[in-house]
Design a binder for this molecule. Structure first.
Ligand SMILES: [Zn+2]
Length: 196
């Protein structure tokens, strides 16, 4: 059967996989769609609100979610546009996933993805970029949370729409933005926040 846009609908991919995901070690909440690899959740607005939602509502919810339909074996390597060769993942996982003819390689990679781990490594990379030693990171983290810093930075930040990223905890401001400003704030000593 021909698929719209040449690819099956997300709900068709979900239906093809829903019973197999658990066996492969992927735990998906049918009413709270998230990336099948890293587990990133797009927020409550995409979730099923009612506990007695019917199957058609669940399918609609999977069609709405901004996950991408990613080939397990890429088309360029002969992979089919079939639900069994497609996996629903966030944009970042789509960019990072392996492209080989061996599905096992894809699954081994996908099973070990975690958006929390990935987020932490980005924050760590930003600390490193500004030369912040591990011993100093907690202190700077507190400064970032302080009201004084927030008041100071409010007219100095630009939000960034991630290009290959999902909306993470720091999605509105990249880690480099927040940590860079905190370092600058502390260095220029404009108004040291009260520490208690
Ligand atoms: Zn992901």
């Amino acid at each position: 059967m021909p698929y719209v846009d040449d690819l099956p609908l997300k709900s068709q991919i979900f239906e093809a996989w829903k019973d197999r995901l658990g066996e492969l070690g992927f735990f998906i909440d049918w009413g709270e769609p998230s990336c099948w690899a890293c587990g990133f959740h797009y927020g409550a607005k995409y979730d099923i609100k009612k506990s007695d939602a019917g199957w058609s509502e669940i399918l609609r919810c999977w069609d709405r979610i901004p996950l991408q339909r990613c080939h397990i074996v890429p088309r360029s390597l002969g992979g089919a546009n079939d639900p069994t060769n497609l996996f629903l993942m966030c944009r970042e996982c789509h960019d990072l996933a392996p492209n080989t003819t061996i599905p096992e390689v894809f699954f081994e990679w996908a099973q070990r993805q975690s958006f929390y781990v990935r987020d932490s490594s980005k924050i760590l990379a930003a600390f490193n970029a500004y030369g912040i030693e591990p011993a100093d990171q907690e202190e700077l983290g507190k400064l970032i949370m302080s009201e004084a810093f927030h008041a100071w930075m409010s007219d100095k930040v630009g939000s960034h729409r991630p290009q290959s990223n999902y909306a993470s905890v720091l999605s509105r401001f990249t880690p480099a933005t927040l940590i860079g400003l905190a370092v600058h704030y502390r260095r220029t000593n404009i108004a040291q926040p009260q520490t208690d």
